[in-house]
Design a protein around this ligand. Structure first.
Ligand code: ZN
Length: 346
């Protein structure tokens, strides 16, 4: 018999018992009555691994369906993390926007919703909003920490980074910073979002819980290196929280150093005002100075026209780029991070 969390009013049902020790693979079933399946549900995979008392961590991947490292690393974690080895509880949603992951698209093909703009969700909303509502009202109250693994998807690529946001609560900020460094991504970043409305990040942060995101790789695929960063990162988080023995080696954290970058500088985000062939002039991970060329756009209709050059507005490191070979007006073009200034979030 599936259990529904009646008190919170969710319509999402699961056979997983979050209080039971051991490993459980199951589903979050969301009613989806449709032409092809009158009394059907959509089944979102979930794994619960628990061993007695301790912190609870929620790991999510596939918030956007064209981002592969999270689902791959988290399914591997779900299969390989032994309940006996941990203290506390790990809840894994490898495909937060499951229909989008199945179709390899950023947003859900069922309701057209971007899951990371659907939070805190709606009890009477669309499929994605129902799932977001379940995460907010049922899972989040159980959790101490939420880690959400992203990548660039089909349209972006990143120099792999883990990130937190600037928070009002100084104590929470300090704990977030420690978690950020513990993850051990090549870059640790305080990210300024273009718009943080509707994000899982914002919902978790406003609840006073610890939140960490990562942007690893991109291009709609994964590499051996990018998956390894995600796999190391999630286990480093468990070690940092005392849920796995700290004695085990933590090479990524040691290699990444302790410096933190941020994206609060004016013009950190570059957007294209032109349509055409896209050429990077400074690759990911490259340092640039203010005024340096980052990329240029070649006209497709006027081959004799000089390309339009886009320049960095400040000194920094290229950590994000548009991925496809063609670019349009309004597309994200590049992200330039700079060293974190004192008092700005780290
Ligand atoms: Zn994403």
């Amino acid at each position: 018999m599936n259990s529904r969390a009646v008190s919170s009013g969710t319509v999402v049902a699961t056979q997983c018992d979050y209080e039971r020790d051991g490993r459980q693979f199951g589903y979050l079933d969301i009613p989806s009555s449709r032409n092809e399946s009158a009394w059907g549900v959509i089944r979102f995979p979930v794994c619960v691994i628990r061993n007695g008392e301790g912190p609870t961590v929620l790991f999510t991947g596939g918030n956007h369906g064209d981002e592969c490292e999270g689902p791959i690393a988290l399914q591997k974690l779900a299969r390989t993390l032994s309940p006996e080895d941990i203290r506390g509880r790990v809840i894994i949603l490898p495909a937060l926007n499951y229909p989008a992951v199945r179709s390899g698209t950023r947003v859900s093909p069922i309701d057209g919703v971007n899951m990371n703009r659907a939070f805190p969700g709606k009890r009477d909303g669309t499929l994605s909003q129902l799932l977001a509502h379940y995460v907010t009202t049922v899972l989040l109250p159980m959790c101490d920490v939420v880690v959400d693994l992203h990548s660039g998807g089909k349209t972006m690529q990143f120099h792999p980074f883990a990130c937190i946001h600037k928070l009002e609560d100084e104590a929470l900020q300090a704990r977030s910073r420690d978690l950020l460094l513990a993850f051990g991504a090549p870059i640790s970043l305080v990210l300024e979002e273009i718009d943080n409305g509707g994000m899982l990040d914002t919902t978790v942060e406003e609840s006073g819980k610890l939140f960490l995101a990562a942007e690893i790789g991109g291009g709609g695929t994964a590499t051996a290196a990018s998956v390894a960063i995600a796999e190391r990162g999630v286990r480093n988080v468990l070690r940092h929280l005392g849920m796995l023995p700290a004695a085990s080696a933590c090479p990524a954290a040691a290699a990444s150093g302790r410096s933190i970058l941020d994206t609060s500088a004016a013009g950190a985000y570059l957007h294209s005002n032109h349509e055409g062939l896209f050429e990077m002039l400074a690759d990911l991970g490259q340092e640039v100075r203010a005024g340096d060329a980052v990329a240029q756009v070649h006209s497709l209709t006027e081959p004799d026209a000089e390309p339009v050059v886009y320049r960095s507005r400040h000194d920094g490191l290229v950590i994000g780029r548009h991925f496809p070979g063609l670019i349009k007006q309004g597309d994200f073009l590049a992200l330039i991070a700079s060293p974190l200034k004192a008092g700005s979030g780290g």
